[in-house]
Design a protein around this ligand. Structure first.
Ligand code: ATP
Ligand code: MG
Length: 352
């Protein structure tokens, strides 16, 4: 299907804060690829907390229907999270992941240079299940015999575990080390984590897989020891696959290993849609100053393109970003530099 595309329709959702400053950087990187990808068409779409404060909706129906009916893919900036619970508001990014069935959150974390105190030997991808686990938000609060009692329900299904497992093996296949580590805690949560572990482990033997994953080696780690080893010997990890909560925590921890949040990209992927999204938030403390690091957003554009089958374009963006980091002359303040967002963007675009 990718080969037949005449143009690439990309929904652009900058949303809040520095999301508005870094999404234009992603756009500039894609445009700089020229004719090596189908002609990009950018469709600006409204979403975000600020939109909610003005209009009472954080994710207009029109935005969702244009994404579903007209776009090939999308890029999301960042959404502000209100510090207190706001009546009627829920996060548009969480809603989008659900509505578009973007069941996998894929976060590659790799060291380029020893920037901002980053470790030199990190090259891994966290594949986080995006739709269930404790994030189904079924919580109750009751008065018990000795005071309040809060409970949360955790959902793990065979279907979601199987498809996230398949995504992990597929990702591993495209990487040199071809190694998958399953993260769980089935020594304590033998039913839920047990199902996740068993289901992911069984993926390579599925008849429809047809032996495609035979060359991939599989390991498992209890989540606590995985965090310990991630900090002590990050090089042992290639692809890590985890249920939603563990994956959330692990991927932020892994981001800390390579320096700045402003470097780490992600995609939210489903069977028929992909949305790029830098891992960082809206960073209200630095918004509007032209100092936000645009590299995570540019790398997110690259990941999105690779997922759609445009690996060569993705490589060009990633190589340009890596060069700018390695040279170290034009960097934003989070990486110890003095440059503006716009100067970093120009530097990367020049190299693409
Ligand atoms: P939100 O509620 O939207 O998540 P936040 O205050 O948690 O906002 P984050 O964006 O998650 O802020 O980032 C945490 C800190 O990391 C910020 O204070 C910011 O200074 C820094 N940071 C995050 N992203 C970037 C970036 N792209 N460039 C530079 N610094 C960043
Ligand atoms: Mg945050």
């Amino acid at each position: 299907a990718t080969a037949a595309r005449q143009s690439l329709k990309i929904g652009m959702l900058p949303a809040d804060g520095i999301g508005r400053e870094v999404l234009p950087a992603a756009r500039a990187a894609i445009i700089a690829l020229g004719s090596s990808i189908p002609k990009p068409e950018f469709i600006d779409l409204a979403a975000g907390f600020e939109l909610f404060t003005k209009t009472g909706t954080a994710l207009p129906d029109e935005t969702v229907s244009i994404l579903q009916n007209e776009c090939d893919c999308a890029l999301f900036g960042a959404v502000s999270s209100p510090s207190r619970k706001v009546v009627g508001y829920s996060s548009p990014i969480v809603a989008l992941r659900k509505k578009m069935d973007l069941y996998a959150n894929i976060r590659p974390v790799a060291s380029v240079a020893a920037t901002a105190g980053g470790k030199p030997d990190v090259d891994l991808v966290v594949i986080r299940e995006n739709t269930e686990c404790l994030y189904i938000k079924q919580e109750t609060l009751q008065q018990g015999e000795f005071g309040k009692e809060a409970r949360a329900t955790r959902l793990i299904t065979e279907r979601a575990s199987r498809r996230i497992g398949d995504m992990a093996f597929k990702t591993a296949l495209s990487r040199p080390r071809k190694h998958v580590t399953i993260i769980h805690k089935s020594n304590v949560l033998s039913v839920t984590d047990g199902l996740f572990r068993e289901t992911v482990r069984a993926v390579p033997a599925l008849p429809e897989v047809n032996g495609r994953y035979d060359q991939i080696t599989i390991a498992e780690q209890l989540v606590d020891s995985a965090v310990y080893r991630l900090f002590r010997e990050p090089h042992i990890f290639d692809v890590m696959v985890a249920p939603n909560l563990y994956g959330d925590i692990l991927s932020d921890a892994a981001a800390a290993l390579v320096g700045s949040l402003g470097l780490v990209p992600s995609i939210n992927a489903g069977d028929s849609f992909v949305m790029g999204e830098p891992v960082h938030g809206s960073a209200p403390d630095i918004a509007g100053q032209d100092i936000a690091n645009p590299l995570a957003a540019m790398r997110s554009a690259a990941l999105m393109l690779r997922h759609l089958g445009y690996g060569e374009g993705a490589d060009r963006i990633e190589k340009a970003v890596d060069e700018v980091i390695r040279e170290g002359n034009v960097l934003t303040p989070d990486l110890g530099g003095k440059s503006k967002t716009s100067e970093v963007v120009n530097e990367v675009v020049k190299r693409i």
